[in-house]
Design a protein around this ligand. Structure first.
Ligand SMILES: [Fe+2]
Length: 285
């Protein structure tokens, strides 16, 4: 029987008693999705899915996204990304730690990701956490003056725009052909959720190049201020995975950053299968 329990964290909820490999009916799926939208992180415990069962579950959330970086896709499964250090090129530090900076997935595209899920296949004895920050709480806590200042403003986003900024780790550069697939796009700094209509800060780290209509120095100052506010510890859950966890976060209302990890050694191997999706789950249409 499906049960929920709050995470030991500022936000987020765990779900027990559901077996995704057996398939999820629309009533159960709706309960899971409602829990995600109310809590921004949903960790479904104790799962035993193969790639097909996991993908079937992922498709209930929307349309899986094929990552522009082909080399990080799971061999034979282009809709899955292999996250961690058990990758095709484990000696490539940038590929291994490509998510170790604050961002939300696909904010460099106009049709953004609406959910990302990571399924813990192999986890190291220590380390390997993902930090996730609550952008609804961060927005709600802003003062009225800042809320008025940013209402109606939009940022221009591009892949890897914040690479190396504020001490963040670098992102692997795109080839000219890949870059041509993801030209700069615009998103509001304050964005309403596609299902709940609630407001949150959106993608104030990772991909913003500038704020449309502001002088460069003012845009940089505003983006730095919003990011520093948004990733304070009081808004962050550092998720330590158990093997079998499927951790889902609402990419419309969070930022995340992987903790950096070294090359794989015995006891230090980390592999998670990622699915990111676009669109709204069919149960809400
Ligand atoms: Fe990510």
């Amino acid at each position: 029987m499906l049960q929920f329990e709050p995470l030991d964290a500022p936000f987020g909820v765990a779900a027990y008693g559901v077996d995704l490999a057996s398939g999820v009916d629309s009533e159960t799926f709706r309960a899971l999705a409602d829990a995600l939208y109310a809590n921004r992180i949903l960790v479904i415990k104790d799962q035993h899915c193969d790639t097909e069962a996991y993908l079937a579950f992922g498709r209930q959330w929307g349309t899986p996204i094929r990552h522009v970086q082909e080399k990080i896709r799971l061999n034979g499964h282009p809709d899955l990304v292999a996250v961690g250090n058990v990758t095709r090129d484990p000696d490539d530090d940038i590929a291994r730690n490509g998510a170790a900076f604050w961002h939300t997935d696909q904010s460099y595209e106009s049709d953004i990701a609406t959910a990302t899920m990571l399924y813990a296949i192999t986890m190291p004895a220590t380390g390997g956490e993902t930090r996730i920050a609550d952008m609804k709480a961060a927005y709600d806590d802003l003062g009225d003056a800042m809320k008025q200042r940013i209402e109606g403003l939009s940022a221009i986003h591009g892949y890897g725009a914040a690479s190396g900024r504020d001490g963040e780790r670098p992102v692997a550069p795109l080839s000219p052909e890949q870059a041509a697939l993801v030209p700069p796009v615009r998103h509001p700094l304050v964005r309403r959720h596609g299902v709940t209509g609630e407001k949150a800060l959106y993608a104030v780290a990772g991909t913003p190049i500038t704020v449309d209509g502001l002088p460069e120095s003012e845009a940089n100052e505003l983006l730095a201020t919003l990011k520093a506010h948004a990733v304070q510890d009081k808004y962050v859950h550092e998720h330590r995975y158990s093997v079998g966890d499927i951790a889902i976060w609402d990419t419309q209302m969070t930022l995340h950053s992987a903790k950096p990890i070294g090359r794989p050694e015995p006891g230090n191997e980390r592999l998670l299968w990622r699915i990111s999706v676009r669109g709204t789950p069919a149960v809400y249409s």
